[in-house]
Ligand binder design. Structure first.
Ligand SMILES: NC(=O)c1ccc[n+]([C@@H]2O[C@H](COP(=O)([O-])OP(=O)(O)OC[C@H]3O[C@@H](n4cnc5c(N)ncnc54)[C@H](OP(=O)(O)O)[C@@H]3O)[C@@H](O)[C@H]2O)c1
Length: 256
């Protein structure tokens, strides 16, 4: 167990993060688990007492993330990996555009990740074969209706990680982006639209963990869904707009 990889996994209280936690713990990894709800994290710690450090908090709050980083430094002294998975989604109604919602989503998805990166980097620098991973989204391939805030946050995360990959290369810190399509989780259970090619959280987590060791630049899935998004993104903008309009909701179509 002493050679087990030490990984900080955020958003481990439900969905993809909880499934990742299960699979990484079963493989012997040691995990720092963070999310706002502590109970699901303590439940994992009770099952894997030697492997889990529970450090809950609101990752959209820079001070709380700093405190978590200090706790990791005190208790473990280093990290070999960080998997920044915590995030949320809210859909915009263009008729009632709300900048505060954009701010909320950017805080939950992009700012939280940058606070975590600030806390994790000094620990990764003294870790073994360090690996920084962030869960973005396949939404970054193609602008989709109502996804303005979510897409902006994940596109920002994509750029942040891709640029960091270049800047951290000389230090030997590998960077991987994860770009899921639709995955069955409490987050997507709220969606009232069709979610093609949806995977279970366990299947998504297995797909991710199987590939993490090879440290690819990106883990995007399901393959056919990603291929369709990339194909649509390669169309002329006018054609993309025409197709997008068929998916968009208007005041009239909302109740239909
Ligand atoms: N499901 C999909 O189809 C899909 C597709 C593409 C990308 N993703 C991305 O995958 C990641 C996981 O999503 P999911 O579908 O598994 O959703 P989920 O079941 O709602 O899980 C989200 C996790 O993030 C945590 N979290 C959210 N805001 C937080 C905050 N401010 N501070 C600390 N923790 C926070 C939640 O914990 P607490 O509520 O306990 O804080 C929870 O553990 C997200 O980044 C999401 O954008 C999901």
């Amino acid at each position: 167990m002493s050679n087990a990889r030490r990984i900080w996994l955020t958003g481990a209280s439900s969905g993809i993060g909880a499934a990742l936690a299960e699979q990484l713990l079963a493989s012997g990894a040691r995990l720092v688990l963070s999310a706002r709800r502590a109970e699901p994290l303590h439940a994992l710690a009770a099952r894997y007492p030697q492997q889990v450090l529970v450090l809950p908090g609101d990752l959209g709050d820079a001070e709380q993330v700093r405190a978590i980083g200090e706790q990791i430094a005190q208790q473990w002294g280093a990290l070999d990996g960080a998997i920044l998975n915590a995030g949320t989604c809210e859909y915009i109604e263009a008729a009632h555009f709300e900048a505060a919602m954009v701010e909320r989503v950017l805080r939950a998805n992009l700012l939280s990740a940058s606070y975590c990166i600030e806390a994790a980097l000094p620990l990764l620098r003294v870790g073994h074969q360090p690996h920084l991973v962030a869960v973005a989204s396949s939404v970054t391939y193609l602008p989709l209706p109502r996804a303005e805030a979510y897409g902006a946050s994940k596109a920002g995360l994509r750029y942040l990680l891709q640029a960091l990959r270049i800047d951290l290369a000389a230090e030997g810190i590998d960077v991987t982006l994860v770009s899921p399509g639709f995955v069955d989780t409490p987050l997507t259970a709220r969606n009232d639209f069709a979610m093609p090619m949806r995977w279970s959280a366990a299947k998504a987590a297995a797909h991710i963990t199987k590939r993490l060791d090879k440290r690819p630049y990106e883990i995007a899935f399901p393959g056919p869904f990603i291929a369709i998004l990339k194909l649509l993104a390669s169309l002329p903008v006018g054609l993309q707009l025409a197709l997008g309009k068929r998916m968009a909701r208007t005041e009239n179509s909302k109740d239909a």
